[in-house]
Design a protein around this ligand. Structure first.
Ligand SMILES: [Zn+2]
Length: 154
């Protein structure tokens, strides 16, 4: 018999340090509305429908519903050459010159995850880099996105 028959257990991930947490009945004391990261103190966690395991070199970009960057996590600078001040407020698709906007658009429009999308980005220095993109829609009213970019080898 399931321990929580009437509700799913939300998963949270910190956009900055990528630390995952599971909120079981708010037992750990953070607010349901705006849980902050207990690990690095970052101001909000991103809620996921299912657990997700980023790679060590994955970098997260959080956007609003207009694809504008709200925050970036560790690893994004190493991957893209862009720091947070370079990206905040910019359209993530344009700023990183994603080779295909479709995964981001599908996640935005339909509210579905897009996993394992083989894309390329252009770094600040103008180099094309191959990445795997995983895109997650936000489940709150803000309707933003979490874009996970992982360098692709070979
Ligand atoms: Zn954190």
């Amino acid at each position: 018999m399931p321990r929580y028959p009437d509700r799913r257990v939300p998963y949270y991930i910190c956009p900055r340090c990528k630390e995952r947490s599971v909120d079981i009945d708010a037992r750990e004391g953070f607010s349901k509305d705006a849980p902050a990261c207990r690990h690095c103190g970052f101001g909000f966690l991103f809620e996921l429908l299912d657990d997700y395991y980023p790679a060590p070199d994955t970098g997260f970009v959080v956007t609003d519903q207009e694809r504008r960057v709200l925050a970036i996590g560790r690893g994004v600078f190493e991957l893209t050459g862009f720091g947070e001040p370079d990206l905040i407020g910019r359209d993530v698709v344009e700023a990183l010159q994603l080779s295909d906007p479709k995964p981001v658009e599908l996640a935005r429009e339909w509210g579905v995850r897009r996993l394992g999308e083989q894309l390329s980005i252009t770094t600040r220095a103008g180099n094309e880099k191959h990445v795997v993109a995983d895109v997650f829609p936000a489940y709150d009213d803000d309707g933003g996105l979490l874009v996970a970019l992982t360098p692709r080898r070979g």
